[in-house]
Design a protein around this ligand. Structure first.
Ligand code: 1GP
Length: 249
């Protein structure tokens, strides 16, 4: 069954072509700082706020961040957990994800089994997603013990994406790794998008409107940026990215 947040995302993608999400790492911000980032990102036109990181040192702080963002903006708050401790009962939805190219069964299905009862109890909407680490893969790939798909092997990324789709996952995330020096190449995005009929998310190292436009033109339905929220001209950059992917120029 397609839930409320999933419907919102699909409708927005249908209306705008490609949409943008702002990723906030709770470990890098205060609750008040997170609320400010969310407010300015919302005014730039971001579709949702994702909250997560590879490590969570304080669950209380994660809750505080989610609560502060919720009070500040009315767009969906979607958890992007690196582990079971990335779940907050205050969020609207969660990327219920499996790292498809992890060599560790914990990141394939172990953490999900431990987390599922919380999702049920807190009534957070699960958004079923296959997570594929590509290129350098950054911290997410290291923590998740991934065998990253090299940028030069788009056909291998396609195989992972198809496996996710055939297992019933309705979203597929090509993750280049937070702060990646080179974002996921358009050739890989194009190959994956042309093979699957689910919603494609791309993130990692996207800093400019040109990079975002290249990704969305190649088939990314959702563009995620995280690091650029920490730059002094974050507002302008995010506005430019959103305008570029919406208007395709
Ligand atoms: C990381 O793909 C996201 O999970 C975002 O990456 O921080 O490089 O924008 P950046």
């Amino acid at each position: 069954m397609v839930g409320f947040i999933e419907r919102y995302l699909l409708d927005k993608i249908k209306a705008d072509g490609s949409i943008h999400m702002t990723l906030i790492d709770p470990e890098k911000v205060t609750a008040a700082g997170a609320a400010k980032v969310a407010e300015s990102s919302k005014s730039s036109g971001t579709a949702a706020i994702m909250i997560g990181g590879s490590t969570v040192a304080s669950h209380q702080h994660l809750d505080d961040v989610v609560v502060a963002i919720k009070a500040a903006v009315d767009i969906p708050i979607i958890l992007f957990p690196g582990n079971v401790n990335g779940i907050s009962s205050h969020a609207d939805a969660i990327w219920f994800m499996s790292m498809l190219n992890s060599a560790d069964p914990y990141f394939l299905m172990g953490a999900q089994i431990l987390g599922a009862p919380y999702i049920k109890k807190f009534q957070i909407e699960p958004l079923s997603m296959g997570y594929v680490i590509v290129g350098d893969g950054g911290m997410a790939g290291k923590v998740g013990k991934a065998i990253p798909v090299p940028y030069s092997n788009p056909e291998l990324a396609v195989a992972h994406a198809l496996a996710g789709q055939y297992l019933g996952m309705r979203f597929l995330y090509l993750e280049g790794g937070s702060g990646a020096s080179t974002p996921v190449p358009p050739e890989m995005i194009r190959a994956v998008k042309s093979a699957i009929n689910t919603t494609l998310i791309v993130g990692g190292g996207i800093k400019t409107k040109e990079q975002a436009l290249a990704a969305s033109s190649a088939g990314a339905d959702i563009i995620v940026t995280g690091n650029i929220t920490e730059t002094s001209d974050a507002n302008e950059r995010i506005s430019q990215i959103i305008s570029a992917i919406k208007h395709k120029l």
